[in-house]
Design a protein around this ligand. Structure first.
Ligand SMILES: Nc1ncnc2c1ncn2[C@@H]1O[C@H](COP(=O)(O)OP(=O)(O)O)[C@@H](O)[C@H]1O
Ligand SMILES: CC(=O)OP(=O)(O)O
Ligand SMILES: [Mg+2]
Length: 405
């Protein structure tokens, strides 16, 4: 019998589960889907088999365990069930891998224990990732399960970028340093940007702006990350859907001492009730732009704060890199919101950065340039594909180690 060639990729978010089943012979997708609003009464599963009609399923899905079991049922209806002998491995996105994991890793009990130990520094993400792994292992104990870490791509950051300027002993005792996240996306997009330019990634410097619900920027020199905007946790850096990003840390002491808030209350405030949601009540950029177009001043201020922070990071990473070949926009906002791309680069012509209005207005699923012809620095929209990258890394590891059944 020939070796199995399929990989199931699971991307468990705090309240969602995205999945894709890929055939690695040609990287084609056999099925894709999403479970949303896990833990609420109004959960929804949307499943799309390749070449077939999408199917939806409503009703309460209590947790990631129930979500994955529902996904397995949907896959089975298309003859793609988890019991298939064609399945070579399951690849899991794991958000926080600390300093321990610099590469994709086959999951055993020790790896699980380390992911669990890191929960305090990724409270929104690692618990969901763990549940996904445990359920997948229970469903297919014989199959290699591979963790692909968001933090791995950033482990090349120099100490000057990774360390906070706090007492070294305290930092080391509590492993406080900047880890960075969305690494799979930053890796994929920086490489795809070099390819779009027809350049060798090893000789290309890129500023990647991953703007989804969570958002982060990175400075990539010759294919290696040299700085990124998220830190110990995915709270630092850019303004996000519901997270504050950068702030004077003294705001926290002030809220504790003067506002009488607990650490947990402040954690929830900064992670879930801040960012665009905190500023204007909406976290979706489509809704914010609609409100801005109607003259809503609160939405306009939220947009301006978002853009101001983004522009500061572009400038900072320009300085870090010294020479920039391209700025790449990716993820939900980066790929779709032309006004964000235009506003973020407005006034940066002296740095060789500009957006061509007509090119920026084009919509599409392909990587494309939006800078004017002959621009000194390329500006690109490069759709991210974390699932393909996770599947590729998972399959390479499993084939390479002879670990497949
Ligand atoms: N057509 C669009 N125009 C503007 N913003 C969009 C559009 N589509 C999606 N978005 C933004 O993308 C966000 C989701 O991005 P995504 O990368 O899928 O996030 P995540 O993976 O963090 O859930 C939405 O919250 C919304 O702000
Ligand atoms: C790390 C992180 O912020 O991930 P997401 O954007 O999926 O929330
Ligand atoms: Mg995302």
């Amino acid at each position: 019998m020939s070796s199995p060639t399929r990989v199931l990729v699971l991307n468990s978010g705090s309240s969602s589960l995205k999945y894709q089943l890929l055939d690695m012979r040609d990287s084609s997708r056999l099925a894709v889907g999403l479970v949303e609003r896990i833990g609420e009464q109004t959960s929804r599963l949307k499943h799309t088999p390749a070449g077939g009609e999408s199917r939806e399923r409503g009703g309460a899905i209590a947790d990631h365990d129930a979500a994955l079991k529902a996904v397995a049922e949907e896959l089975a209806k298309d003859g793609l069930g988890l019991d298939s002998t064609e399945l070579a491995a399951i690849g899991h996105r794991v958000v926080h891998g600390g300093k321990s994991f610099t590469e994709p890793t086959v999951i055993d009990d020790a790896v699980l224990a380390e992911i669990e130990r890191l929960i305090p520094v990724a409270p929104l993400h690692n618990p969901a990732n763990l549940t996904g792994i445990r359920t997948a292992r229970a469903l297919r104990p014989d199959l290699p399960q591979v963790a692909v870490f968001d933090t791995a791509f950033h482990t090349t950051m120099p100490e000057s970028a990774a360390r906070y300027a706090i007492d070294v002993k305290t930092a080391d005792e509590h492993r406080i340093r900047r880890y960075g996240f969305h690494g799979t996306s930053h890796a994929y997009v920086s490489r795809a940007t070099a390819e779009l330019l027809g350049k060798d990634p090893a000789e290309t410097n890129v500023i990647v702006l991953h703007l989804g619900n969570g958002a982060s920027a990175s400075a990539v020199r010759g294919g290696r990350c040299v700085d990124t905007s998220m830190g110990l946790t995915p709270l630092e850096g850019l303004v996000m859907g519901t997270r504050s990003g950068d702030m004077d840390p003294a705001v926290i002491f002030h809220l504790m001492r003067v506002g009488g808030m607990s650490a947990d209350e402040i954690d929830t405030l900064l992670n879930k009730k801040s960012g665009l949601t905190g500023l204007c009540g909406d976290n979706d950029m489509r809704e914010i732009r609609r409100r801005v177009d109607e003259g809503d001043e609160q939405a306009e201020l939220a947009f301006d704060i978002y853009i101001h922070r983004l522009k500061k990071y572009i400038g900072a990473y320009y300085a870090v890199l010294g020479r920039v070949d391209a700025v790449a926009f990716t993820a939900g906002v980066g790929e779709n919101a032309a006004p964000v791309r235009e506003a973020a680069l407005a006034g940066l012509e002296e740095l060789g950065l500009a957006v061509d209005g007509e090119r920026n207005a084009v919509r599409g699923d392909e990587a494309r340039l939006i800078s004017p012809e002959g621009a000194r620095v390329a500006v690109a929209v490069v759709p991210t594909d974390e699932e393909l990258e996770i599947a590729t890394q998972t399959y390479a590891l499993v084939i390479g180690s002879g670990n497949h059944t």
